[in-house]
Write a protein that binds this ligand. Structure first.
Ligand code: ADP
Length: 488
């Protein structure tokens, strides 16, 4: 039984692993350990062992050694193990959610939602793995037959962020494994326990040693080890555009295939013909989930000028009424930010906006709870050069701007280097098509505040990266084509 001092108090204490998982073994670290904090309380949750770059290379070697046997399995055999992983994740969803809330801060219900959402990719790709069809092409000459095989790309590397510490891992690992690849994952330093719990469950699901490895350590060193190893044929990364640029450049070394899910600067357009109440609620949802620390979170709300004053007032009142607090409290809507750097960044963005004449309608400062809590903040009268307009916010802060007509709304919405998610509310059928086509983003929510699901391609364009996760396309990134010409 967990002792009363154990903050985790898990039903299954074995889920709390503190060591890297390589080749089916929990390894002792050979580099300085990571300290993991609870962002809601500032207290230390525990330490996780880490690996040196040399040991990270050994993990890649292990994934390489495990590849032939995993690849030789039938898709059904791999699917069976992935389905077991999916079932185990769901069975332990409460514990996994608790681990996540403790190390990441999001409200427990959101954490549970993420665990279930993440698990859905294990099931989806178990099924997709069985539909990796090749092709037979009518040959251009007599006496020839022409076939296309689909083959696993090989050893994959994945680097994941702290904002979705569980779902991003399953969303990358499941398609890799279903395709017949093996993988080495480096999760974010703030949230290793969620990653290691998934490895524990993968082992219980019968996924063989070396097929799914989790390394922890210095991110830059491990990123370089991934880039330098000739066995690594694919890197999948979710994180900042800044880090994505580094990893993309490094991937040139071994010509690795890359998928990048990077930053966003999502617009949310409210047209004059929108369902007003639905638009307010949609904007609240699309903005404040995970304290706004979401790559598809709304950054800029564009409202038709005739609705602007009414919308701003209602939205600011709704935002101000959201309850900020510890994610373990079931009443909490908004948890803490991840760390002090994130909080200082948000303060800097708001100070910069204020200096150029912005008006604050709600929040604007650290929450009276102190620590890493920040007030839900609503800002108007910002300049298009302001950092708060240009940069990804990653916090419970949003700006509102009026527009005159559809063309101006589209121009403002597209005025960003990013191109991940976008949203708009309208009841005009023609406008729905025109605006959905005009938005330069990988995903568009039309009268819908959420844009992800196992069955739908997720990803961006421009500085938001490339490649798609989820859907039948999500497995493509882990497969190669092989063209076979046969003389008969
Ligand atoms: P954030 O600033 O929001 O933490 P990052 O892009 O820095 O976003 O982090 C996302 C993931 O990328 C984390 O797992 C982090 O450890 C990793 N990371 C950061 N810098 C590097 C790097 N130079 N090489 C490899 N991985 C990195």
């Amino acid at each position: 039984m967990p002792s009363f001092t154990d903050p985790f108090a898990l039903h299954d204490p074995q889920l709390l692993r503190r060591q890297p998982f390589v080749n089916g073994q929990w390894l002792a670290g050979d580099a300085p350990p990571l300290t993991v904090n609870n962002p809601a309380t500032g207290t230390q949750l525990g330490e996780a062992q880490t690996l040196s770059a040399t040991s990270a290379v050994a993990a890649i070697d292990a994934a390489q050694a495990a590849l032939p046997e995993w690849k030789a399995m039938t898709a059904q055999e791999r699917a069976k193990r992935l389905e077991r992983w999916h079932n185990l994740i769901l069975e332990h969803a409460d514990d996994l959610a608790r681990i996540m809330t403790l190390e990441q801060g999001k409200p427990l219900a959101e954490a549970r939602g993420e665990v279930v959402y993440g698990a859905s990719f294990a099931k989806w790709f178990a099924e997709e793995g069985r539909r990796v069809y090749g092709e037979i092409i009518p040959p251009p000459q007599r006496g020839r037959r022409l076939l296309v095989f689909r083959e696993p790309i090989g050893v994959c590397a994945a680097i994941t962020p702290w904002n979705f510490p569980s779902a991003m891992i399953v969303r990358k690992t499941a398609p890799a494994l279903a395709a017949g690849c093996t993988i080495v994952l480096k999760p974010a330093e703030s949230t290793p326990f969620s990653a290691l719990a998934l490895a524990e469950l993968a082992q219980r699901a019968g996924i063989p040693g070396g097929v799914f490895n989790v390394v922890l350590g210095n991110p830059s060193d491990i990123g370089k080890a991934f880039a330098a190893h000739p066995a690594v044929r694919k890197l999948s990364f979710t994180g900042s555009t800044r880090t994505g640029r580094i990893l993309l450049a490094q991937a040139a070394e071994q010509i690795q295939k890359v998928t990048l899910e990077l930053g966003g600067n999502a617009p949310f357009i409210v047209f004059e013909d929108a369902d007003f109440d639905a638009a307010v609620e949609g904007a609240i949802t699309a903005k404040f989930r995970n304290a706004g620390q979401v790559c598809v979170a709304v950054n800029r709300i564009l409202v038709h000028e005739n609705l602007f004053a009414r919308f701003t007032e209602r939205f600011a009142a709704r935002a101000a009424a959201l309850k900020v607090g510890n994610g373990l409290d079931p009443e909490t809507d908004i948890g803490p930010l991840i760390n002090a750097t994130a909080l200082a960044r948000i303060e800097g963005l708001i100070a910069d906006a204020k200096a150029s004449g912005a008006k604050i309608h709600a929040g604007g400062q650290p929450h009276k709870l102190g620590g890493l809590f920040f007030e839900p903040t609503v800002i108007t009268q910002i300049k298009s050069q302001a950092r708060i307009w240009r940069e990804e916010l990653f916090g419970p802060v949003v700006t509102l701007l009026p527009f005159r007509d559809e063309a101006e709304a589209l121009r403002l919405a597209n005025d960003t280097e990013y191109g991940l998610a976008s949203y708009f509310y309208s009841r005009d059928l023609g406008r729905m098509f025109r605006v959905a086509e005009g938005l330069q983003f990988g995903m568009v929510g039309v009268n819908a505040p959420a844009v992800s699901g196992d069955c739908a391609p997720f990803g961006g364009i421009k500085a938001s990266g490339f490649g798609r996760e989820g859907s039948r396309h999500g497995i493509e990134d882990y497969l190669e084509y092989k063209t076979v010409w046969v003389g008969v």
